[in-house]
Design a protein. Sequence first.
Length: 158
Amino acid sequence: MVRGMTAPRTGGWLARLGLGEQHARAIGGVVDHRLARRALLDEFRRGRLRQDQVCDAHPELLRAARSVGEPAAEPCPVCLKPDLVLVAYAFGPRLPSHGRCVATTAEWDQLVRTARRTPGAFSAYVVEACPSCSWHHLVRTLPVSRGEAVAARSSKSG
């Protein structure tokens, strides 16, 4: 794994959102934010950014991280505690303007069904967050309407 990359634990339901490299290559529209994450952490480690400038997660994100976050494979890159989790949000037509936190496989499956029958673009955003120090960063964005293909591939390969 590349230094600074965060991936879900093997078998976690968020793996269905195409967080693995094989899934990012298999479908289009996936945006990986590792380079931006690495650049931000490099600036922090060089002392050009203070901890309060990189650890400023919104209280609602921290609440979701504590309640429904899936543990990440790596510790928090700032405080080094093993509290880093992944949280998924979906945005699209007929969803709240602030998005919807997707907490379970059943919610993801319902979202995919909704995306298939509703005109307009649905997107999922996977964010890593640390409830201990308030670090957060966008990990990956991907189209939801293709999520079913990602889910089918991950269940066959795992």
